[in-house]
Design a protein around this ligand. Structure first.
Ligand code: SAM
Length: 254
């Protein structure tokens, strides 16, 4: 089964009576916050994305990885918490998206903040095979189903099938496990997606519990909007006028 009818059935099963409201909210133009940036410009970003990036507690001297950074909205927030002793790797596997990322960082940061950022193009799933325990903080804003995008693009909706989340969840887990190994002991990371599918959110965390429970623990999150899930937090656009965004905060054990 694929296409609009399969999509409708899948999300109606997940969200029940709420689904029509949620679907309407997903296709409404998003209400973005106008975020003034140190470069003297304004970057428009969803409020849930701002809360997600700010929930990574960065200290000025930290070595930080933004593992899937393009186009760079959350990266701008991470960069502003770093001091002169800190540095940030802004990584994205896609070359065209890295070019967009570079433009965003060049335009919105002061030269001293920009000089603390290196842009790289590694596949996060394999990164921990080359190095381990390297970063104090990691943001893993993973590629996901992005249902709001699917609903707005007729060709994407035609191609959609339930196996999409299943496939993505496999990659998301590989990225999450790799990032856990890249974190220093006692380091903290955020795993986030803009997907409505629990399989890509709490489901990925469940797999980490099943396979790596001895290596990490989770934080209790609290925000002025949204609601908790089993392992994280959801911002959903029908009630929060923001999102969709899921996040979980993960501590690597000392
Ligand atoms: C949700 S977007 C990131 C949005 C970004 N954090 C922001 O706030 O602007 C996910 C990104 O992951 C990148 N990506 C996909 N697979 C990847 C992989 N295996 N390794 C590194 N980056 C990847 C995509 O190119 C895409 O730009």
């Amino acid at each position: 089964m694929r296409g609009p009818a399969a999509f409708e059935e899948y999300y109606r099963d997940l969200y029940g009576d709420r689904w029509p409201r949620l679907r309407d909210a997903l296709v409404r133009p998003p209400e973005k916050a106008k975020m003034p940036t140190p470069g003297g410009k304004v970057y428009e970003l969803d409020p849930a994305s701002i809360l997600t990036a700010k929930s990574l507690p960065i200290e000025p001297h930290h070595r930080v990885l933004d593992a899937c950074a393009a186009p760079g909205g959350k990266c701008l927030i991470l960069a502003q918490s770093l001091g002169s002793q800190g540095n940030l790797i802004a990584n994205d596997v896609s070359r065209p998206r890295r070019l967009r990322l570079k433009k965003v960082l060049d335009e919105h940061l002061t030269s001293s903040a920009r000089n603390r950022i290196a842009i790289t193009g590694y596949d996060v799933r394999q990164w921990s095979q080359r190095e381990k325990s390297s970063f104090d903080r990691i943001l893993l804003d993973a590629p996901c189903s992005s249902e709001s995008h699917v609903l707005r693009e007729a060709t994407e909706l035609q191609k959609w099938s339930p196996s999409r989340s299943k496939r993505l969840a496999i990659d998301q887990y590989a990225m999450l496990a790799s990032c856990l190994d890249l974190l220093k002991p006692s380091g903290i990371m955020i795993y986030s997606t803009c997907s409505l599918a629990p399989q890509e959110n709490d489901g990925v965390l469940q797999k980490l519990f099943d396979r790596r429970q001895e290596d990490f623990y989770l934080d209790k999150l609290d925000f002025p909007i949204g609601r908790p899930t089993q392992y994280g937090w959801y911002f959903l656009p029908d009630e929060d006028r923001s999102g969709p965004m899921y996040l979980s905060r993960i501590h690597r054990k000392p």
